[in-house]
Design a protein around this ligand. Structure first.
Ligand SMILES: [Zn+2]
Length: 307
């Protein structure tokens, strides 16, 4: 246990508590205790304080490791999350790739891509594992890098060039896959129907490229380009009901769905119903009531009429 960097005393991390003291060479708590806390750079008052804290910990009823970021020394996921989120800058694409309507496996694949964590051959070679690379997406084999597999390989070119022009994006304008994906995410506001569609398509395309690559890698019979395209459109079709279209949906969205032969799910709206008060039969009254309530209280009322 580090003397300077762990909360052994339950008074906080000493490197923070005594920020004015330049921590010397790393020292463990056991070594510090062995030296009776006579550590170079510490004043006599600090040394005396250390001895008191150490003794109080020895006399403590519990023998537990203490978690510095929580005031009571107990570990919580919340405190760990806030500790890490303060240290790591937020990814500007996070809102896109964690969109609720996207399947988790697709979201995670994109997260892995953005973090360079998809095990294509070149990535494995980066880990100093000797490997002869040969992609499985092209007739004339190439080196399998992330950019090749997902942007320039034959499957990728086939899928992107058929689907991205529908969104006004052209693959040939991009040499960087990251910027290409960003262009998709910038087609429209992420919460709009077009924005959701432009978030969904690249995810389904990347998922099917990766699935097909793995199928071929594991010696399963390769799917034809038409079948891979069909699978991409099936994903869009299956998730599309969540993105309901209406007469007010952009014409571009209808066009995309029509070209991809995807049936839009129309929004059913109830026809408006006109309600009118009608006179009761002679000798009868009508009582109309209404009420409302909140956490603060409730109220109600009524009107009795016979004409
Ligand atoms: Zn290839």
């Amino acid at each position: 246990m580090s003397f300077w960097h762990e909360n052994w005393s339950n008074m906080g991390v000493l490197a923070d508590v005594f920020a004015e003291v330049e921590p010397p060479a790393p020292i463990s708590l056991a070594e510090a205790a062995e030296a009776n806390f006579s550590i170079p750079g510490m004043s006599d008052a600090m040394i005396a304080q250390m001895r008191i804290w150490y003794d109080s910990r020895l006399k403590s009823d519990s023998d537990e490791r203490l978690w510095a970021p929580s005031p009571d020394g107990r570990f919580t996921v919340k405190s760990a999350f806030s500790l890490l989120s303060n240290q790591v800058p937020a990814c500007p694409l996070a809102r896109h790739y964690w969109a609720k309507f996207i399947l988790k496996k697709m979201a995670i694949l994109l997260w892995r891509f953005l973090n360079n964590a998809i095990p294509v051959d070149v990535r494995i070679q980066d880990c100093t594992i000797s490997l002869a690379s040969r992609c499985l997406c092209c007739v004339h084999r190439n080196i399998e890098s992330m950019e090749h597999l997902f942007l320039r390989g034959e499957i990728a070119v086939f899928l992107w060039d058929r689907l991205s022009p529908l969104f006004g994006i052209h693959r040939t304008n991009y040499s960087d896959l990251r910027k290409f994906i960003l262009a998709w995410f910038n087609v429209a506001h992420r919460k709009s129907q077009m924005g959701k569609m432009a978030t969904l398509f690249p995810r389904a395309i990347m998922w099917e490229i990766w699935s097909e690559r793995n199928r071929r890698r594991h010696d399963e019979s390769p799917s034809s380009m038409a079948v891979i395209l069909y699978k991409v459109l099936q994903w869009v079709h299956n998730i599309n009901p969540l993105l309901r279209t209406s007469n007010h949906s952009p014409g571009m969205l209808h066009h995309i769905l029509r070209v991809c032969k995807l049936s839009p799910t129309p929004v059913r709206r109830k026809p408006p119903l006109v309600l009118r008060w009608s006179r009761p039969p002679p000798g009868f009254c009508i009582l109309n009531t209404d009420g409302a309530s909140s956490s603060q209280g409730a109220a109600g009322g009524g009107v009795i009429r016979d004409d």
